[in-house]
Design a binder for this molecule. Structure first.
Ligand SMILES: [Zn+2]
Length: 453
């Protein structure tokens, strides 16, 4: 048994049922699970490891509910900088066709390093291209190397251009093979237990790249193993038009007709989710991954997040793939969620604390977990702390250090604890050396762009 004591935070944001913010707070952890939370004076005084959180705001580790980490290799690619979704995809598919297992592994490590340093401790990743022998296992092994809590979504595309889909034929897979590989991944990697570090998600890419049959078969497979389902839905007007033309239904109606609603389902974007769709998602417990930067970058629109929250829809945040963000700073995404809600729906549409709630508790609910997203006894020991004394929070933390995190967005965490282990200490990422990783990532990014055909 090992114990870890984190103590003396300027403020500890619990996100517990009472939303307590504890001055001088701390957390006592045993074997990766929180045993006690409170004022530091009321906690045990010794532990195997003691870390001082003095000079920081501490909060539950942030949860990222939507990403495509391989896209870190194709940020800011000329020709895809100024397009909307479908044009952007058509420019990038031929480049992504050159992905290799090594590229998946290195880009996942790079994306996870960026997420962790911005406060994220749990992430999902939606990998839906498997060229040149790439496997989801390449991502899962990278997550284990860096120590991130990971929901690996086995994406897929099966309807190529010749069948009326968007992706080129050489990037799509056979549907029986998709289901077989997904089953293999669940049986190899999925951990259903509380505090799990690895879960598998069944995740056909989108209604415009897979068939109705695969969407339906995916629900049967996922539910027979008790794993979650994830896809893209109602991202922009073209997406809705495609759904009406091909299926004669709105995206929400299409999702419902295939069983794609429930606590075990979450959809990325939902920028164009209509009022009946919001009501459906609220009633069924269906989750939404809100990706404000991506929605702005691709001019998809402003998601109706305040209406979703008012109706009781579970909403989390996603940085989305790096090629449409192009940054993957999760605390920054919380700030953008707050700002974009105000642009669309007025200054009272979202407060800083509500944005932090989306980034923590909201994300946990979307991933169908009740063991992360808050600091309370019995929860997984995932905690991050941001320093309050630097330039980024000067003149802000003295007034309201919690709101200052969202309004000012400090760049890097001082400490990150994942599953009871220190992954960042004093701003240093412990599991790997960043400069060689970035150099390798850049070498592969150049190679990928140069071999596009
Ligand atoms: Zn996406």
């Amino acid at each position: 048994m090992t114990t870890l004591l984190l103590r003396d935070a300027d403020v500890l944001v619990t996100m517990d049922a009472a939303r307590r913010e504890i001055p001088g707070g701390g957390v006592f952890i045993r074997d990766g699970v929180i045993e006690a939370v409170g004022p530091s004076a009321e906690l045990p005084t010794t532990a195997d490891q003691v870390i001082s959180l003095a000079g920081t705001v501490a909060l539950p580790g942030l949860v990222n509910t939507h990403h495509h980490m391989y896209q870190s290799l194709t940020r800011a690619i000329p020709g895809a900088q100024d397009a909307e979704l479908f044009g952007w995809l058509r420019r990038l598919y031929p480049i992504w066709a050159g992905l290799t297992p090594e590229m998946i592994r290195v880009s996942t490590l790079t994306a996870m390093a960026e997420l962790i340093l911005s406060g994220c401790t749990t992430s999902s990743d939606h990998l839906y291209l498997y060229p040149n022998g790439s496997r989801l296992d390449d991502s899962i092994e990278a997550a284990a190397t860096i120590g991130m809590r990971f929901h690996a979504a086995r994406g897929s595309m099966s309807v190529g251009e010749s069948q009326g889909g968007l992706p080129p034929d050489r990037l799509v897979e056979n549907e029986a093979a998709i289901l077989k590989d997904t089953q293999r991944l669940i049986e190899t990697w999925h951990d259903p237990k509380r505090h799990a570090m690895q879960r598998i998600v069944v995740a056909p890419c989108s209604p415009f790249s897979v068939s109705r049959e695969l969407m339906r078969d995916a629900t049967e497979l996922a539910r027979s193993y008790g794993v979650s389902l994830h896809t893209h839905l109602a991202e922009n007007d073209n997406d809705v038009a495609y759904s009406r033309e091909k299926f004669g239904m709105t995206p929400a109606e299409y999702a419902e007709s295939l069983g794609w609603v429930g606590h075990d389902v979450w959809h990325a974007h939902c920028v164009k989710l209509d009022a009946p769709g919001i009501d459906l998602f609220a009633r069924s417990g269906t989750g939404v991954a809100h990706c404000p930067c991506s929605n702005m970058r691709l001019a998809s629109g402003i998601a109706p997040i305040p209406a979703m929250r008012a109706a009781g829809v579970n909403v989390g945040l996603g940085v989305d793939g790096c090629a449409s963000n192009d940054a993957a700073h999760l605390l920054g995404e919380a700030r953008q969620a707050m700002l974009l809600a105000r642009v669309g729906h007025g200054p009272a549409a979202m407060s800083a604390r509500q944005a932090l709630e989306l980034a923590t508790l909201g994300g946990a609910k979307v991933l169908n977990r009740d063991d992360i997203g808050a600091l309370a006894p019995g929860m997984s020991a995932d905690l991050v702390a941001f320093a309050t004394g630097g330039l980024d929070l000067a003149g802000a933390a003295v007034h309201d250090p919690v709101a200052a995190l969202v309004f000012c967005t400090p760049q890097t965490v001082r400490h990150s604890i994942i599953n009871g282990k220190a992954v960042v200490t004093d701003g240093h990422l412990l599991p790997l050396d960043l400069p060689p990783l970035v150099a390798e990532h850049n070498r592969l990014a150049r190679q990928l762009a140069n071999t596009a055909h």
